[in-house]
Design a protein around this ligand. Sequence first.
Ligand SMILES: NC(=O)c1ccc[n+]([C@@H]2O[C@H](COP(=O)([O-])OP(=O)(O)OC[C@H]3O[C@@H](n4cnc5c(N)ncnc54)[C@H](OP(=O)(O)O)[C@@H]3O)[C@@H](O)[C@H]2O)c1
Length: 318
Amino acid sequence: MALTMQGGVKIPLIGLGTFKDINETELEATLNKALEMGYRHIDTAAIYDNEHVIGRVLKEWFTTGKLKREDVFITTKLSFNKNHPNLIEEALKESLQKLQLDYVDSYLVHFPIYMTGQLGKGNLEPQPTDHLAIWKKMEEQVDAKRARTIGISNWNMQQIDRLIKNARIKPANTQIELHLYFQQKKLVEFCHKNNIVVVSYVPLGSTDTGDFTAKTYGRNIILPNVLQEQVVTKIAEKHKKSAAQVILRYLIQKDIVVIPKSINPQKLRQNLQIFDYNLDSEDVKAMEDLDRDMDGLIFHHGFLNQHVTMHPEYPYKE
Ligand SMILES: NC(=O)c1ccc[n+]([C@@H]2O[C@H](COP(=O)([O-])OP(=O)(O)OC[C@H]3O[C@@H](n4cnc5c(N)ncnc54)[C@H](OP(=O)(O)O)[C@@H]3O)[C@@H](O)[C@H]2O)c1
């Protein structure tokens, strides 16, 4: 099952997330399992530092003839410290080299802010960020056939609006934090109206191990584990599905692509089995009501740098 993006490129409704709490050995095993199960969409990013592992696994699948390149949809993302027109072409070429691919299906500007320095080195410096100049270079990557489509991630509505008014090649998809507590309804509506596919990252709230904390604007708001949310578990019981399956179904039923991550084969398989039933309007309404708007935001990206929230292009302004 797939959605068709601008330009006619199809994006599978479910993809495999590859970021967070997953080492190289686990990732390699997970990728092999996922491809065997039928996953045909993999999400990565330069900043995840795992493109080389994905490249190694894909190479094996392609050379043994188990899959052809065109069978798999690969997304990677431009790192925040390469968010400058002079750095984009080299950055994508480096990603392609690590992925051992000639092209990616989707290349995303990972974050609307340019920063010099490196994560974890304590030397990150927010820099002026010229979205339109960045986008021109992104468009050239499509012309050069290094990317079939280009898109964005973590951009707000105003930033996207300005982009589409000035773009020669429109963003095909946007990847945003989107889960039951942070449903970004206005942004989703805006994107759909403008024919931009929405991809939900952290669709399961990023954890199955307990409560987590939303830290928008320095507020520490404890959010209950979404997989144990009573509204969700009741709907899951009714349909004889798991909580995760119900949440993923809710999102794809709204034409939102999901990229859950798991290293557990049972969960991986479960997450694929969401196409054989429907949530009714009552279920959908109950899940819509779980939205907490900005209080549900988990990834405020303040971890990148304490000054990032002061940057004029910081996307989450109230
Ligand atoms: N564009 C961006 O800025 C951005 C930011 C963050 C993430 N992402 C992308 O989005 C992907 C997903 O985000 P995420 O991994 O943080 O969050 P997630 O997919 O919402 O949650 C992952 C957690 O859910 C658990 N899980 C998965 N399937 C489950 C199931 N069926 N039942 C119960 N638990 C289940 C996983 O457990 P186990 O792994 O222990 O099995 C893991 O603890 C990332 O991997 C990455 O590719 C993008």
